[in-house]
Write a protein that binds this ligand. Sequence first.
Ligand SMILES: Cc1cc2nc3c(=O)[nH]c(=O)nc-3n(C[C@H](O)[C@H](O)[C@H](O)COP(=O)(O)O)c2cc1C
Length: 191
Amino acid sequence: MRAETSTPVNEIIATRRSPRSMSADAVISNEDLLAMLEAARWAASAFNGQPWRFFVGKRGDEVFAHILSSLGEFNQSWSKSASALILVASKTVKGDGVTPHADYQYDCGLSVAQLVIEAHDRGLVAHQMTGFDKSVAQSALSITEDLTPVVVVAIGTQDAPEKLAGPLLERETAKRERLPLSTIVIKGLPA
Ligand SMILES: Cc1cc2nc3c(=O)[nH]c(=O)nc-3n(C[C@H](O)[C@H](O)[C@H](O)COP(=O)(O)O)c2cc1C
C-alpha cells in the first residue's frame, strides 16, 4: 500500500513497506544479494567507523537455518519463506579495544536502511526484525564476543496477502499509518 504523503517523495520511500507474505519458491540471485550488501557498505557512519558486520543466509543453507532458529515463534512463522535472512551484528568498541563505537546502533540502522532501499529498488521486499534471541544467534552462528547482534532482515519476493491467515493476514492488509508531521516536527515545520 502506497504511503499517504503530504507532499511527493522518492518513489521507493513512498512504496516501500514491510510485508510478511513472501514466496517460498523464490530464489534470490547472488547479484541482488551482493548489491544490497554493497549498498549497506556505503552508508555513512560516525567517524566512518563502519561497525556493521553481516551474516548472510539463503533459504536452504546452514546460515539461514541458524538465523531462523534465533527468531521468535511469530517471526519464524512467516520469515521461513524469505529468500534470504541477514543478521546484522556490530562492533561496539573500536580497533584500540577501548574506545566505544558510541553510535553503533544508529550506524547499523543507516546501513540497513540503504540495504532495504536497494532491495526494494530491485523489486524485492525487506522486513527488519528485532524479535530474536541474541544469545541463541550468538551461539548458533558462532558470533565472536566482539560483535553484538542488532537486527535480522528478511529479504524476499512479495506474495499475495491471502497466503497468510489470522492476525498475520490482518496486519498484511492493515492501513499503513504514521504520526503527522505536525506531531514529529517540534519546531520549524514549513508552511
Ligand atoms: C528495528 C525494527 C524492529 C522490527 N522488529 C520486527 C519484528 O520483530 N517482527 C515483525 O514482524 N516486524 C518487525 N518490524 C517491522 C515493523 O513493525 C514495521 O517496519 C512497522 O510496522 C512499519 O511498517 P512498514 O515498514 O510496512 O512501513 C521491525 C522494524 C524495525 C525498524
